[in-house]
Design a protein around this ligand. Sequence first.
Ligand SMILES: [Zn+2]
Length: 101
Amino acid sequence: MPRCLDCRREVLWTVTDAGKRLAVDPEPDETGNTAVYRDGTGTRRSRRPSEELPLMAWEKLYVPHVATCPPRRKTTQKSPAVLPPGVLDLAAYRRRAGGRS
Ligand SMILES: [Zn+2]
């Protein structure tokens, strides 16, 4: 079984609808958001279930490995560097209000 290069855990490689490779955790998980099935050639295919195309009987839910990979979580969960503009506006408003009193 292939392993993740970042954390060395075992992963399953799937191919998405867009033709991209996506690693998922090897055990199916009902809380996952990725439906995986094997096509006729033995390739694991993955896709996002939707309202129009819900989970099929031959598909199982998996968790994308990026969601559980410890080294990658660190890099993907960084807070945004730029503050939303509303924060600055509020600070300016408070300064004006304070000056009046
Ligand atoms: Zn990993």
